[in-house]
Write a protein that binds this ligand. Structure first.
Ligand SMILES: [Zn+2]
Length: 141
């Protein structure tokens, strides 16, 4: 193996690990209720609408944005995680409880998909808010 190959692989691993680390930090932010969802912004006196940026329904909390929103539902359905997410939502009341339930019960591959999808849903929501671009669930996925 050449030095260049080692460098390329090491670089790839580093980028991969940075992506995983970024997603883990995002999951921690969800569980600590640190995501700036519209319910949290309104609680802090920020002047914003209470409707969902993705579906424009009158829901604004993290559970709606990440799990209940029809657009998020499409993502969960396509990813074959819908049954897992539905079961987690049925048995838990807060977004942190839902996320912890899934982290504890999903096998490794499904867990990686879960983390990636929940991160992608939030990213798509931010693109809608800040760039006024509505992504299809196929584009998000
Ligand atoms: Zn929605």
């Amino acid at each position: 193996m050449t030095v260049q190959t080692h460098f390329r692989e090491a670089k790839h691993i580093t980028i991969y690990h940075l992506i995983i680390l970024k997603k883990k930090k995002y999951i921690i932010r969800i569980c600590r209720r640190c995501l700036p969802t519209r319910d949290r912004l309104l609680d802090r006196g920020v002047n914003c609408t209470s409707s969902c940026a993705l579906c424009e329904g009158n829901y604004k909390d993290a559970i709606h944005v990440l799990f209940d929103c029809p657009k998020a539902g499409n993502m969960w359905r396509v990813s074959h995680l819908q049954n897992d997410v539905t079961a987690a939502m049925r048995n838990n009341n807060t977004v942190a409880e839902i996320v912890f339930h899934l982290i504890q019960n999903l096998p490794q591959l499904k867990l990686e998909n879960f983390v990636t999808i929940v991160w992608s849903i939030w990213k798509s929501r931010n693109i809608q808010i800040w760039q006024n671009v509505s992504e299809t669930y196929q584009a998000i996925f």
